[in-house]
Write a protein that binds this ligand. Structure first.
Ligand code: GLN
Length: 236
């Protein structure tokens, strides 16, 4: 019988509703996460886009920073845009605090003020050909550790990466349309996300969560944790 993994969406700010819809479309059960107790009830978590500085303030206010840091060190977590910034070990422009699990340096607002939002199509190793990617005041991954796999690129730089149980995108995959299905211009960013959505990235993450939970059930998950995600130094 098919399982429907329960995947949390951090619902403090940002476009968490769109991620919840995207998860339903790939047969996962979304659950909004606002408290540490909510975190205990999910198998994986999406940290949506938004404003990373605001996230940090809200995480502090809700006393969620430390529980979230514990969660992302072992459990499948997908950070998109501001979520990617929060997961990175190093954040620049300016330097700022983060959850510190993804072995990467991420530069905030890296594409300048003129190009606030952009829709591009780039190569991906996910099955199904090129991927439409919506960038909104996007960060840029300027440095990546050797253990991080690149799953999609924008003009040669990584925009979708995986480090064992961590997935991170500098774009908004909840807004991707199937290749050739998007209109030009900004209007479809907000209006038409449910028309011909491309759910490959959410499906990929849901599979990561299922795989993790399957291994956890069989007691094998310890052996599969990534050293960079779980070293003793990281826990200090
Ligand atoms: N510019 C935002 C930040 O620095 C991220 C933008 C986004 O998530 N769309 O946090």
């Amino acid at each position: 019988m098919q399982r429907f993994p329960v995947i949390g969406v951090l619902a403090l700010q940002g476009d968490y509703e769109s991620h919840a819809r995207a998860l339903e479309q790939v047969n996962a059960q979304p659950k909004m996460v606002r408290t540490a107790k909510d975190l205990e009830q999910v198998e994986g978590l999406i940290i949506p886009g938004g404003e990373s500085t605001t996230f940090l303030k809200l995480l502090e206010r809700e006393e969620l920073f430390l529980p979230l840091q514990q969660f992302v060190r072992t459990r499948p977590t997908f950070g998109t845009c501001a979520g990617c910034i929060l997961l990175a070990k190093r954040v620049t422009r300016p330097n700022q605090q983060s959850l510190g699990v993804l072995d990467a340096t991420v530069e905030r607002n890296a594409y300048g003020r003129q190009i606030d939002s952009e829709i591009l199509t780039g190569p991906t190793s996910l099955p199904g050909g090129p991927l439409e990617m919506v960038f909104i005041r996007a960060p840029r991954i300027v440095e990546l550790g050797n253990s991080v796999e690149v799953l999609a690129q924008r003009e040669g730089s990584p925009v979708l990466v995986r480090q064992m149980n961590i997935l991170a995108a500098t774009f908004h995959p909840e807004l991707s349309h199937a290749y050739g299905m998007s209109k030009n211009g900004d209007e479809h960013i907000s209006d038409n996300e449910d028309e011909h959505p491309d759910r490959r990235v959410h499906r990929y993450f849901a599979q990561m969560v299922e795989e993790y939970s399957r291994q956890a059930r069989s007691g094998a998950s310890e052996a599969h944790k990534h050293p960079a995600q779980t070293t003793a130094a990281d826990r200090e």
